[in-house]
Design a protein around this ligand. Structure first.
Ligand code: ADP
Ligand code: MG
Length: 710
């Protein structure tokens, strides 16, 4: 039952009123009692612990001390008048200072008495002091009665100025909690789970998160609330998945036909790896069920996802349907188009490319052919999901994600086909961490290509400082003498349109061209040839430069991250990354994946200046120590956190109130398992023991069903 008390407008809480109510709404997005209750402290001041004065420094923050007041004196006069005290414990002494209430304090405080002092450590002229500390006579038995964890809530200067400072927030929270009883916060988890995990009740947990008596109580409350959040998240994802499987019908592709066989027998230039075969089988099985497929395909860089995508598209085409492959950037889409056109050369299949840059007559012609069904496979950017793009019968939609498609965008694919939505295959460009996959793609089935094509030698990665550039040049020279080719990559923000004329971009562009020039001097014509490619060039120049490198006409290609994706030159064996500290981990891994595609030993050289921050150091050492994209993804998640890892807010990641996808990986796995078991036993949540869950879910309905991805 919804609690009307919790729904009360915030200004009705005693001590709030209209003015503060307005502040709550405007500054903190707190509208109701419930909003207030669910804004948890972001930290606690541990009043159960005492600091030693000798251990204090200017970064100690708010501390609690226990010691004896040794001296008390009034100094200065007029506006500079203040009361100062010397406070001493067995380790040392610190100054206490008051600027107001001097007369009263002078009488109230007793020199020689043992106090508990509480306040924030400041540094003033190289001396530490505490201004306006809270003072309390120490309890004789050493147990301070008020000792507890004091919650600290998010605040702003404005709030502080207008009477909603930390203390006021605590007072209001106390008032709120006094008014709330267990009936206002009914349990939403089955008793069995509470028992199994020894979780406090919901009511206890919500009190405990605001005013824990000790660390254990805080941990228990936090755990329970995190679990609850993750549990409901997973429950909804799994429910969605289940529901789709029972309710959303899909096209049946039951024949393996002409084109697939022709390709497999005559065109496929290599033997598929076992992992590729397994994944194709998994997808083929999905196609035959009559249920719409929603599958995530993960594989490391170079594991051969493109060919899998293509062969799935051929299955759709053989069954009389169209397929599309959507990539997040123009360059990547173009690469897919080029690679796939090459694979399909000589076959009777209509392949076309569509992006925002395909315009005018070319575009209208393409749209006509698409609607008529003459185009079987459409490859492109998100232009594919725009309104005027009409398929005759789209049976399979593949997205190459790179974490960049938003939920809404993926959802629009559904509308492109009638009567059923197309089968959906989501591919990730690099592996994504398990917990993120579970959350972001928790309603999809998963396939993993966990094997690289045979004959690949692991790439050797080293870290070199700019100061040893000559040695690196020497190494490049040796490799080139053996007939190999080299990439040299510079950081430059691409894709950020022509409008981006920031100083940083200008500097980057200069670094790139300087790099190209010094490379051309060190490796001069006619013996050597150096090429350059970057996103600011026009398409024709880019294509020309890429083609020259591919044909082996240039030995060295100086480039930006335009070569991050798709580029495939097996003879290139060295990847030099300049200013490697400026690249993210997954980007470094992607770049490194451009070499090691042939039979030769390949190398990745990470160049940096001598001064490296901690994170940069971790990124570089991770790259040096492993080639495993899944391991790299985990480190990347730890370094950057889920939001940054995925890029924009439109990443589809849910807003979590308390759980943390990095810290709470284990809890998340438990939550998912518990949710899974619960749904297996009771898919519609009809059992009495699951009634609390069912009713909580009904109440949460109004939340965005963000999970409705793809
Ligand atoms: P990614 O998974 O990174 O998208 P690609 O699909 O681009 O990888 O494949 C990387 C390279 O490996 C391509 O040159 C592709 O032709 C090649 N390749 C894919 N599968 C195999 C295989 N089974 N045997 C040999 N080479 C393969
Ligand atoms: Mg790829």
């Amino acid at each position: 039952m919804p609690s009307t008390l919790l729904e009360s407008p915030i200004e009705y809480l005693k001590g709030v009123g209209p003015a503060k109510g307005e502040l709550f709404r405007k500054e903190l997005d707190i509208h109701t009692f419930e909003d207030l209750l669910f804004q948890f402290p972001f930290r606690y001041i541990d009043k159960t612990q005492f600091h030693r004065i000798a251990d204090l420094n200017e970064d100690s923050g708010v501390v609690q001390l226990r010691g004896i007041l040794r001296r008390l004196s009034v100094v200065g006069d007029g506006r500079k008048k203040r009361l100062t005290g010397v406070f001493r414990d067995e380790s040392g002494a610190i100054e206490l200072v008051w600027f107001t209430g001097i007369n009263w304090l002078e009488k109230a405080l007793v020199v020689g008495t043992e106090y508990v002092v509480f306040g924030k450590v400041n540094a003033f002229r190289d001396q530490l002091n505490i201004a306006h500390p809270e003072m309390e006579v120490a309890a004789a038995d050493n147990t301070q009665k008020s000792s507890t964890f004091v919650p600290v809530y998010p605040s702003t200067e404005k709030l502080n100025a207008k009477g909603l400072d930390a203390k006021a927030r605590r007072r209001l929270m106390t008032i709120l909690l006094e008014r709330l009883g267990p009936q206002d916060l009914p349990e939403n988890m089955p008793a069995g789970i509470l028992q199994q995990y020894r979780f406090p009740s919901r009511f206890q947990a919500l009190r405990g998160i605001h005013f824990p008596q000790n660390q254990q109580e805080l941990d228990a409350a936090r755990n329970r609330l995190k679990f609850e959040e993750l549990f409901f998240l997973q429950l909804r994802l799994l429910q969605l998945k289940r529901r789709r499987k029972t309710e959303v019908r899909g096209y049946v592709f039951d024949k393996i036909g002409e084109q697939f066989n022709l390709f497999y027998n005559e065109k496929l230039p290599f033997e598929l790896t076992n992992a590729q075969k397994r994944v194709i089988k998994e997808i083929r099985r999905d196609f035959a069920t009559g249920v719409q497929m929603n599958r995530l395909l993960q594989g490391d860089v170079g594991s051969g996802k493109t060919i899998v995508a293509l062969m799935c598209a051929l299955m759709a085409i053989d069954n009389g349907f169209q397929a599309c492959i959507m990539a997040p950037t123009e360059i990547l889409a173009q690469q897919h188009y080029n690679a796939i056109s090459e694979y399909l050369d000589g076959m009777d299949i209509g392949v076309a490319f569509l992006s925002g840059n395909v315009k005018g007559k070319k575009r209208s012609q393409l749209l006509k052919e698409l609607e008529a069904g003459d185009i079987h496979l459409l490859i492109g950017t998100h232009a594919l999901i725009e309104d005027p793009v009409v398929f005759k019968n789209l049976g399979l939609a593949i997205t190459d994600e790179q974490h960049r498609f938003g939920v809404a965008q993926r959802a629009r694919l559904w509308a492109k086909s009638k009567p059923y939505p197309p089968h959906v295959l989501v591919m990730t460009a690099t592996p994504i961490p398990r917990t993120l996959a579970m959350t972001l793609y928790g309603d999809l089935d998963t396939s993993i290509i966990d094997e690289l094509p045979p004959g690949r030698k692991p790439i050797r990665t080293v870290h070199r400082y700019d100061s040893s550039r000559n040695a690196v040049f020497g190494f490049m020279e040796k490799e080139i003498a053996m007939g190999r080719q080299v990439y040299v990559v510079y950081p430059l923000i691409e894709e950020s349109t022509k409008k981006d004329n920031s100083p940083q971009t200008a500097q980057d562009l200069k670094d790139l061209t300087d790099g190209f020039e010094s490379m051309s001097r060190r490796f001069p014509l006619p013996r050597y040839a150096v090429g350059m490619v970057h996103g600011r060039m026009d398409q024709a120049t880019k294509d020309y430069e890429m083609a020259r490198f591919k044909k082996g006409e240039t030995n060295i290609l100086v480039a930006t991250t335009v070569i991050e994706v798709g580029v495939d030159v097996p003879n290139a064996s060295v990847m030099v990354i300049e200013n490697a500290e400026r690249f993210g981990l997954s980007q470094l891994h992607q770049l490194r994946g451009r070499v090691g595609r042939g039979a030769d030993q390949s190398y990745c050289i990470l160049m940096t200046g001598d001064k490296l921050g901690n994170d940069a150091r971790t990124r570089i050492s991770t790259m040096v120590s492993t080639n495993d994209g899944f391991a790299i993804a985990e480190t990347d998640l730890r370094l950057r956190g889920p939001g940054d890892l995925l890029g924009t807010q439109q990443s589809g990641l849910p807003q979590l109130r308390i759980a943390d996808l990095v810290e709470d990986q284990e809890l998340l796995q438990h939550a998912r398992q518990v949710a899974m078991r619960l749904l297996e036993e009771d898919p519609d949540l009809r059992l009495p023991k699951n009634a609390p869950v069912a009713s909580a879910l009904r109440e949460r309905k109004d939340e965005v069903v963000w999970g409705r991805i793809s």
